[in-house]
Design a protein around this ligand. Structure first.
Ligand code: PMV
Length: 327
């Protein structure tokens, strides 16, 4: 039996979420919270998946479910199973056992499901002695994301695979943005986990009713993204904070912010943040706050009294093989 452990990072979206689904450019950065997957080859045709953080496990032979740790576990793990079945097909393998361990809070807009899918696919391929390209990993991980999300744009998979800070337009290869100096951001988790697919569906309903308004907003997002790229490249945090706040208010306009997210942004700004925005699907989850380097620890401390706050470092490495033991 061969065994590989791979990991992939979570992400923040600086600009462009939701509009990226409809062709706008988005900017996303990999963060120092990772999902880990250990894959062990097996020759009995069984796919076994366990998620330590979700506390669930399921096993299949072909499409037949052999066992699950509790009711509903196999349904929750099915997207990963489908991607793993795809990779086994690709390498003409037999079975695989996969164990998942993730540091990324789930359903918070930090790309946890994409990072888990990327890590699992990479670990499975490496365990079978196959050294995948980035696009091969993305193709297989998309099988899982396609089941989890509605109309996924692919931005989460791209940033989790390539790492760094990327600009991304649906259907094109991501472009790396050269951040000369690493930066820290605060992530404020307001709780209220939500489903990205549900938020994307809601935005689509609004868009269908107001096509031309939505198109104008999409154009504004393109401008915001261009400004954000300049601010990132030149390490202009003041400008970055302001741009993100503009983007937040635009996301409010399409109904994906919440009272909790708006209040968290206000509190962050009252306590020294330059600006910020919700990140990811919205409806709850996480907010990014941009803070001057010299103030970040004090702002972190203040906000931690009210919220779960993470101080994250950007950019980070994308998918990687952490260990490999061949037969
Ligand atoms: O909520 P997250 O982290 O999965 O981010 C999704 C980003 C969206 O633009 C809302 C959807 C997508 O597929 O691009």
């Amino acid at each position: 039996m061969a065994e590989a452990t791979c990991s992939a990072p979570g992400k923040v979206i600086f600009t462009g979420e939701h509009f990226v689904v409809y062709g706008a450019k988005a900017i996303a950065g990999a963060i120092n919270l990772r999902a880990y997957a250990t894959a062990t080859t097996r020759n009995d045709g069984v796919i076994s998946i366990s998620s330590e953080d979700m506390g669930i496990h399921a096993e299949w032979r072909g499409a037949e479910l052999l066992r699950e740790s509790k009711r509903g576990a196999s349904e929750r793990l099915r997207p990963i199973r489908e991607a793993v079945a795809g990779l086994i097909d690709k390498v003409k393998g037999s079975g695989l056992s996969i164990s998942i361990n993730s540091q990324i809070p789930r359903a918070s807009g930090l790309g946890s499901s994409a990072a888990v899918s990327v890590a699992c696919v990479a670990a499975g391929l490496y365990a079978y002695g196959y050294k995948p390209s980035h696009s091969e990993i993305i193709d297989l991980a998309s099988i899982a994301e396609g089941i989890i999300h509605y109309r996924a744009s692919g931005v989460d998979l791209a940033v989790s695979t390539y790492g760094g800070v990327i600009s991304y337009r649906r259907g094109s290869k991501p472009a790396m943005i050269d951040i000369k100096k690493p930066m820290s951001l605060l992530l404020i988790d307001v709780g209220t986990p939500r489903r990205t697919g549900e938020m994307v569906r809601r935005v689509n309903l609004l868009r269908e009713q107001y096509i031309s308004i939505f198109e104008k907003l999409r154009e504004a997002v393109e401008e915001i993204t261009a400004e954000c790229e300049l601010a990132l490249v030149n390490n202009r945090y003041e400008r970055l904070g302001e741009i993100l706040t503009i983007n937040h208010n635009l996301l409010r306009a399409i109904g994906v912010s919440t009272k909790e997210l708006d209040e968290a942004l206000e509190l962050a700004m009252r306590n020294g943040a330059i600006g910020g925005k919700l990140t990811g699907g919205g409806g709850g989850g996480c907010l990014i706050a941009v803070v001057n380097e010299e103030d970040i620890d004090i702002v972190y401390k203040k906000l931690s009294r009210a919220y779960n706050v993470y101080k994250v470092a950007i950019p980070q490495e994308g998918v990687r093989c952490d260990s490999l033991r061949t037969e």
